[in-house]
Design a protein around this ligand. Structure first.
Ligand code: ADP
Ligand code: MG
Length: 319
């Protein structure tokens, strides 16, 4: 859906973004990750022409965005930023309606859309008439998201959308975000400096440094096959937790014997092989003696083991 070729942006002769190229598939969540100042926001803003590149090409659905009218491009693109960018003198409802108004939607259609989005994003309907400064940070961020979704754009750009929130609200909103059905079909490019957020939300991560791409791939690729020490050390502060969250029970199958051994005395429980190791460990007490029969999507049992044996298998394979 998006193809970026040899994109460069200079500020005062220095490259903020230096000759980068990448592709984003339709329906993908593509995350630009990196420390402050590495060129993430500049890259994102070039995708909807808030910033014009000095060199390179951007194709969206095969069309060079330079040949599109800026207004036309922005209507097809939702944009969410950290400080939400809500208009302070507009009510919540008016903020959500900004793009539909621009597109000349009928009043009742807009009403309906506002109700639907507020419901979806768990905003109480009484809030419609309130102003942004009467809301909490988390609520403002939800309104920002509702506004970006209002005209149902196929592409959504998000710049540190959860960055201004306290850790608890942030986690909560991230968890809800991954479950929003409306977003599953959208192509999204998100900027963050938070490795945990990137690993949690991304289909693919694009790790940047000093205006360049260092590595692109799934969280698993970057965690287990880093191309250099920079990539490795970028994840090191939270490595244990991040690895546990990307490893699924099926990834441990090769550690266990193929011929299934079920210990007759312990209780047996079937469990999906697609469960992340972290969730599995969190949801079962350390002393739990249950034998878990790990079953894949074809109902084939890959292995059977206790919680302790599963944790041991992780150490054996990955440490
Ligand atoms: N309008 C600007 N004028 C001059 N330098 C800029 C401007 N915008 C960004 N930069 C510089 O470009 C680099 C990349 O910025 P940015 O894309 O905002 O980084 P990030 O979003 O990764 O924190 C930084 O060194 C920043 O100081
Ligand atoms: Mg930024």
């Amino acid at each position: 859906m998006i193809e970026v070729r040899n994109l460069t942006k200079l500020y005062n002769g220095k490259a903020a973004v230096n000759n980068i190229s990448f592709k984003v598939e339709k329906g993908e969540m593509f995350v630009l990750l990196g420390t402050s100042g590495c060129g993430k926001t500049t890259t994102l803003k070039m995708l909807n022409r808030l910033i014009e590149p000095d060199e390179g090409t951007i194709l969206i659905n095969g069309e060079n965005i330079k040949s599109l009218q800026v207004e036309q491009l922005r209507r097809k693109t939702g944009y969410v930023i950290q400080q939400t960018g809500l208009f302070p003198h507009y009510t919540v409802e008016e903020n959500i309606k900004v793009v539909p108004e621009m597109l000349g939607w009928q009043a009742n259609v807009m009403e309906q859309k506002v109700d639907e989005l507020m419901d979806l994003l768990k905003l109480p309907s009484e809030m419609k008439k309130q102003y942004p400064d009467e809301l909490s940070g988390g609520q403002r961020q939800r309104v920002g998201l509702a506004r970006a979704l209002a005209a149902d754009p196929p592409l959504i750009l998000l710049d540190e959308p959860f960055g201004a929130l306290d850790p608890v609200t942030r986690q909560h909103l991230q968890d809800e975000f991954v479950q929003l059905e409306n977003l599953l079909s959208k192509t999204m490019v998100m900027v963050t400096h938070d490795v945990g957020e990137a690993v949690k939300l991304a289909d693919r991560i694009c790790l940047m440094s000093e205006g360049e791409i260092v590595q692109m791939g799934t969280a698993k690729d970057l965690l287990f096959n880093p191309v250099n020490d920079f990539v490795k050390s970028f994840f090191d502060s939270q490595r244990f937790f991040l690895e546990m969250s990307v490893i699924e029970l099926e990834d441990l199958a090769d550690v266990f014997p193929k011929n299934l051994q079920i210990n007759g005395t312990d209780p047996l429980k079937f469990i999906s092989s697609e469960i992340p190791l972290l969730h599995f460990l969190e949801n079962h007490a350390e002393k739990d003696k249950t034998q878990f029969a790990v079953k894949n999507s074809d109902s084939h049992i890959l292995y059977s083991a206790s919680r302790a044996e599963i944790l041991e298998a992780y150490y054996q394979k990955f440490k």
